[in-house]
Unconditional design. Structure first.
Length: 185
């Protein structure tokens, strides 16, 4: 790991807010790629932009009190989880708009698309919340694999575990999610 990143993580762990901001800035390009991958894998028709998602995740990070991340994998996992939550909230808000949540008279054309992908994403979010109650580590694996598109090798490096262990955890998570969603995952 980069010594500068390690130093920032250590400072963040001690509660240094400025170090948390510097850590986010140092990992900005990597986080931007993460946001881009998350949006691409979540739903193709979202009007939410990569930079907007990343900056919203940063605001979520900034509101966290105290901001503590013992290592890079925990920081990336938190950022990934924050992005997943923001996307699911965005989808739920759009669904509410389609059902009259923000009623207004408009022309026949509307910028709110009717898709089942949005509903599926919300259901996956609920299933992941259930999985988090049982085994939070499995949710991290799902976030990194399914939503971010990391390979098992990359996830193993991030989590500092063997690739085989990550694969077994992925399979456990898939079984849980399949049962929770009532279909194949």
């Amino acid at each position: 790991m980069d010594p500068a990143i390690s130093s920032l993580i250590a400072s963040v762990e001690q509660g240094d807010r400025a170090a948390a901001d510097a850590l986010f800035a140092a990992l900005y390009s990597e986080l931007h790629q993460l946001a881009k991958a998350r949006l691409a894998r979540s739903a193709g028709n979202l009007t939410l932009g990569t930079t907007t998602l990343l900056h919203e995740a940063y605001l979520d990070l900034a509101r966290r009190d105290p901001a503590r991340f013992p290592d890079r994998s925990k920081f990336m996992a938190y950022a990934s989880r924050a992005m997943r939550g923001l996307i699911i909230d965005y989808v739920r808000n759009r669904k509410a708009q389609k059902r009259g949540g923000e009623f207004e008279i408009t022309s026949l054309e509307s910028d709110v698309a009717d898709t089942t992908t949005d509903l599926d994403l919300a259901q996956v979010g609920q299933a992941l919340d259930q999985l988090a109650e049982v085994d939070p580590e499995l949710v991290q694996i799902v976030d990194l694999k399914f939503f971010c598109g990391f390979s098992f090798e990359e996830i193993a490096a991030i989590c500092q575990r063997s690739e085989r262990t990550i694969y077994r955890q992925w399979e456990k998570a898939r079984i849980f999610l399949r049962d929770a969603l009532g279909r194949s995952v």
